[in-house]
Write a protein that binds this ligand. Structure first.
Ligand code: SF4
Length: 233
């Protein structure tokens, strides 16, 4: 659970408009698939570098009926649907949404901060998801500073669950030099490898061109000793 000063969920959850917007086509966000992106409104974190303040803080604009109509029109054109946000797993109907999308014949990718391991488990166990991108924000000691939440243990549970499953997933971290030093990033990678993660660990350097939740200023891309991370633009 969040502490009292942690973010509260958007009222869009209650008003039947769970989705902020739809990106109708992407070749970049679902590995080896053509897809579209559903940007779910609201988030239970407040990362200062967040590129999507209007999605995190704003209200949803699209009803599920609207999303359904859009997806039906793309049934033979796209392979997959990315559930992103915001944090899609905080939506009470996420399971039934995924069920419907799978029943239409799409593959489903979930972008998540890992804060709802029980939802992730249900999605995986009911075979409603084909790929997960899991955000690793920071080690426990830095987690509040970066996310304004105390959800590290929930993230760790999600990671452990994914490691124990056979689902394809990736772990990724956004880097701003004011928030994470090179040494801290190297410790995060060591911890991840000790946990048993053997796939590519993706790092994304903060892009100062976009509006963010807080004004952090420019970031210096850190020089790392590790060779087995991949920088992603
Ligand atoms: S970066 Fe992700 S987890 Fe953090 S506030 Fe933005 S949407 Fe939420």
């Amino acid at each position: 659970m969040n502490t009292s000063s942690a973010p509260t969920l958007s009222s869009s959850l209650e008003k039947g408009r769970p989705v902020f917007s739809i990106s109708p086509f992407t070749l970049l966000d679902f590995p080896d698939r053509t897809g579209c992106i559903l940007w779910f409104a609201g988030c239970n974190m407040r990362c200062s570098y967040c590129y999507n303040p209007e999605i995190v803080l704003g209200k949803g604009k699209r009803s599920w009926g609207h999303v359904r109509e859009f997806l039906l029109s793309r049934r033979d054109l796209l392979d997959g649907v990315v559930f992103s946000g915001g944090e899609c797993t905080i939506h009470p109907q996420i399971i039934s949404f995924a069920m419907e999308v799978k029943a239409m014949g799409f593959e489903v990718k979930i972008d998540t901060n890992g804060s709802r391991p029980e939802v992730l488990r249900q999605l995986v166990e009911e075979k409603l998801v084909d790929y997960v991108a899991l955000d690793f924000k920071a080690m426990a000691g830095n987690y509040w500073k970066i996310t304004r939440s105390d959800l590290f243990l929930a993230f760790e549970k999600s990671l452990e669950f994914l490691l124990s499953s056979s689902l394809r997933f990736e772990v990724r971290t956004t880097i701003h030099s004011k928030l994470l030093t090179a040494g801290e990033i190297e410790k995060m990678e060591d911890w991840l490898r000790e946990k048993g993660y053997t796939e590519t660990y993706y790092l994304q350097h903060f892009n100062g061109d976009k509006e963010t939740l807080e004004d952090l200023g420019k970031s210096q891309k850190p020089v790392l000793n590790q060779n087995d991370v991949v920088w992603r633009n």
